[in-house]
Write a protein of this length. Structure first.
Length: 157
């Protein structure tokens, strides 16, 4: 499932990426270019802008009602009956994450992080390095209630 979020949904795009969904977001994009990307790449357009409802041959569109990013995540998950997710996207650039060898990230992370963690991931696009830290724990605490009892990371019970 691939998404493209309009210019007013940057925080939603970040949350969806943290859940592992391929989500494009451009801060400054014209509606025409946004539509071209959505149609050409077969992405679901996420928007709060009602004028998109009047466009013919648009493809898939989800009109979001809330202006709260967490509620918007709930709307997306409910609309597509998403019960599982796989965190494997960079929240900043949408690039795919892959396991990184600890030795290779030594100079890319703070020293205390390097010694405190054994598992790292890096973004194939921007090179940022990620680890299981407090930011991810807080994210799971906030997103957990949105996914509900049945929600889980893909591959985990």
């Amino acid at each position: 499932m691939k998404f493209i979020a309009d210019a007013m949904l940057g925080r939603l795009a970040r949350w969806l990426r943290l859940l592992g969904f391929d989500t494009l977001y451009y801060r400054d994009i014209s509606d025409g270019d946004l539509l071209k990307h959505a149609v050409r790449e077969e992405r679901i357009l996420l928007t709060r802008d009602t004028h998109f409802l009047n466009i013919k041959n648009l493809g898939k569109l989800l009109m979001l009602h809330s202006d709260c990013p967490l509620e918007q995540v709930r709307e997306v998950l409910a609309a597509f009956d998403i019960k599982a997710f796989c965190p494997a996207r960079c929240p900043g650039c949408n690039g795919a994450l892959s396991p990184a060898d600890k030795k290779e990230v030594r100079d890319l992370v703070p020293e205390h992080i390097f010694f405190a963690h054994s598992s790292f991931q890096s973004c194939r696009s921007c090179g940022k390095v990620f680890w299981e830290g407090t930011h991810l724990k807080r994210f799971r605490e906030r997103i957990g209630p949105l996914i509900g009892e049945g929600g889980r990371e893909a591959g985990k019970k």
